[in-house]
Design a protein around this ligand. Structure first.
Ligand SMILES: [Zn+2]
Length: 149
């Protein structure tokens, strides 16, 4: 498996997967929120969780691509907490706990990864999300993966 060692999105998704192994059908997209119907957007203004009518359809999570990585990572955790507790929970205590669980677990993983990593921390968190996704794409499309990561 190819992974960028200090990509905060990776740790958010892994924390979510570990905490909620039964929630397997989630589609995550980074989009320009200006193209999303304003009434649907989460109160943060930067994300959206769309629960489908059909139970076997995937939940869709949208995160604003124009945010910096550290902010987009927090929004991703926010939206995944909605996925974890369901649409009805809104931002109740259950949702708050889920957000804290996902976010703190991912932060711990991130910090552990930096400690044990022989690679230099290139501060991906200060990148814009567009830059990070472009960087990931560039690395994945390079011929020699092991040199790229
Ligand atoms: Zn929300």
């Amino acid at each position: 498996m190819l992974r960028i060692i200090n990509n905060p999105f990776y740790f958010i998704i892994r924390a979510f997967e570990e905490l909620y192994p039964d929630k397997t059908r989630v589609v995550i997209q980074f989009v320009d929120m200006e193209h999303i119907d304003k009434e649907s957007i989460d109160e943060t203004g930067y994300g959206l969780t769309f629960f489908p009518d059909e139970e076997n359809e995937p939940v869709h999570v949208y995160v604003d691509i124009k945010l910096q990585v550290k902010d987009a990572a927090e929004i991703l955790a926010h939206e995944l907490a909605h996925v974890a507790v369901g649409a009805e929970a809104d931002h109740n205590e259950l949702w708050e706990k889920s957000f804290d669980d996902i976010y703190k677990r991912s932060q711990n993983m991130y910090e552990q990864s930096l400690k044990s990593s022989p690679f230099e921390d290139i501060q991906l968190k200060s990148y814009s999300t567009t830059e990070l996704l472009t960087e990931l794409h560039a690395r994945v499309t390079q011929k020699n993966f092991s040199e790229a990561i």
